[in-house]
Design a protein around this ligand. Structure first.
Ligand code: HEM
Length: 132
């Protein structure tokens, strides 16, 4: 039987999480996309932020495996115009930076792994984005 997208993603994420450098590279890339995005993290403790993101991506992965979206809704609230004011159009830049970082860090990365990530975490990202 063909492996489910959420299983492929779960394993790919495990390979990426082997090194803290994955999260260093993600933020380097994401902040490099625009001065506006870099400015959002000007006051942020990036060491702590990397740990929070590790957990946040895990929430997206678990949502794809059937977990309720309670934690994603809370992230939606903190990122919304009532919180950090993260504009909906920025999420595609976030996803692109994530996929580029996975491509660099997952030795088993291929087009199937990439499409599995898009398919698995797309709905969870929408939960956060739609809370704007
Ligand atoms: C904070 C995850 C997208 C900017 C956080 C936190 C998590 C997280 C777990 C810390 C918990 C919290 O404050 O609620 C995610 C996930 C995303 C996403 C999973 C993808 C769906 C974005 C995007 C931006 C962004 C697109 C900017 C364009 C921020 C900022 C903070 C934050 C500015 C607060 C940093 C601080 O405390 O100084 N994010 N995020 N996030 N995120 Fe996101």
């Amino acid at each position: 039987m063909e492996q489910a997208a959420s299983d492929i993603v779960f394993q790919s994420y495990g390979r990426c999480c082997n090194s803290e450098q994955f999260f260093v590279d993600f933020y380097g890339r994401f902040m490099g996309t625009s001065d506006e995005i870099r400015a959002l993290f000007a006051e942020t403790d990036m060491k702590q932020q990397r740990h929070l993101l590790r957990n946040g991506i895990m929430q997206l992965v678990l949502h794809a495996r059937g977990m309720p979206d309670t934690k994603l809704r809370a992230l939606g609230e903190s990122h919304s115009r009532r919180g950090y004011g993260i504009r909906p159009q920025w999420y595609s830049l976030w996803l692109q930076a994530l996929l580029d970082t996975i491509r660099e860090h997952d030795p088993e990365f291929d087009s199937r792994v990439e499409s599995s990530w898009r398919e698995a975490i797309g709905p969870g990202i929408e939960v956060i984005r739609n809370a704007y």
